[in-house]
Design a protein around this ligand. Structure first.
Ligand SMILES: [Zn+2]
Ligand SMILES: [Zn+2]
Length: 271
């Protein structure tokens, strides 16, 4: 069992240090735990422009070094991966490419958090008259651009536009189809993210979106998006049931930015 999406205190809105997440992963019997805190906001020149959302630029090297040390100290036991969750921000792709290339990483999660200057979980955006369908379409357009950017190994929470959005959600199935095609063409993996379970009562992406991804042959992985150590492996039983129902038998994992797979079934599967 794996969990490729976790945070810790450096981002300014998660609790616990890296060692506590590793301990939680071991306590839950994981075989792979990915450390993937929010990258610095490299779209801005300042050292620490968003202290409650992102770690400082000057903190990133220490984060990677601390994660590498934990990785080295747990060989043969729990495999620790050193990753990061990077933002897809229009106009900042080359800045992210440059910064990511400076550090030895096992994988990079790619997320759309900012849509035309507003954060996806900013609940104040849903003022009366707010066009949720237009927002969802714009979000998915940015996910397609993130896929095509080549910056990322895994796209995170690909329909997080639902977070905080009023229900019923608009039907954007045509836009989802276009997005699945773009993701498949880019060769990037997609995570099933259980912050959706915590925020909207179902994982990101929805079952319908996930089914289309699986049918298109997109590699799937899993992340709890834990913001405290107790959330490591959050919702895994729910997710494993959904994956088995769709015939998914393996999950993508990464080492040195090379993709591999671990079997979902403990026995009888080839890796
Ligand atoms: Zn976060
Ligand atoms: Zn995220």
């Amino acid at each position: 069992m794996i969990d490729l999406h976790t945070h810790h205190h450096r981002c300014g809105h998660a609790r616990g240090n890296l060692a506590e997440y590793v301990a939680a992963g071991r306590a839950r019997g994981l075989s792979v735990l990915g450390l993937s805190d929010h990258a610095p906001l490299w779209s801005k020149p300042a050292d620490h422009p968003a202290p409650g959302m992102h770690m400082a630029r000057s903190a990133f090297a220490a984060y990677v070094a601390e994660a590498r040390a934990l990785q080295a100290s747990h060989v043969g036991d729990l495999e620790v991966l050193v990753g990061v969750e990077g933002d897809y921000i229009e106009g900042a792709v080359e800045a992210y490419r440059t910064e990511l290339a400076r550090h030895p990483l096992d994988y990079v999660l790619g997320s759309v958090h900012y849509v035309d200057g507003r954060h996806v979980y900013d609940r104040t955006r849903f003022e009366p008259g707010f066009d949720v369908a237009a927002f969802a379409r714009r979000y998915l357009e940015l996910v397609r651009a993130a896929a095509a950017s080549g910056l990322f190994d895994v796209l995170a929470h690909v329909d997080a536009w639902k977070g905080r959005a009023p229900t019923p959600w608009p039907d954007v199935a045509d836009e989802v189809d276009r997005t699945v095609e773009a993701i498949a063409a880019a060769g990037v993996a997609v995570e099933v993210n259980t912050s959706g379970l915590r925020k909207v009562g179902e994982p990101f992406p929805s079952d319908a979106f996930l089914r289309r991804l699986v049918e298109a042959g997109v590699p799937i992985t899993y992340g709890s998006d834990a913001h405290e150590p107790g959330e490591v492996q959050y919702g895994w039983d729910d997710v494993s049931g959904r994956l088995r129902a769709l015939g998914v038998h393996r999950l993508a994992t990464f080492r040195g930015r090379e993709r591999g797979f671990v079997p979902l079934e403990a026995v009888g599967e080839s890796v």
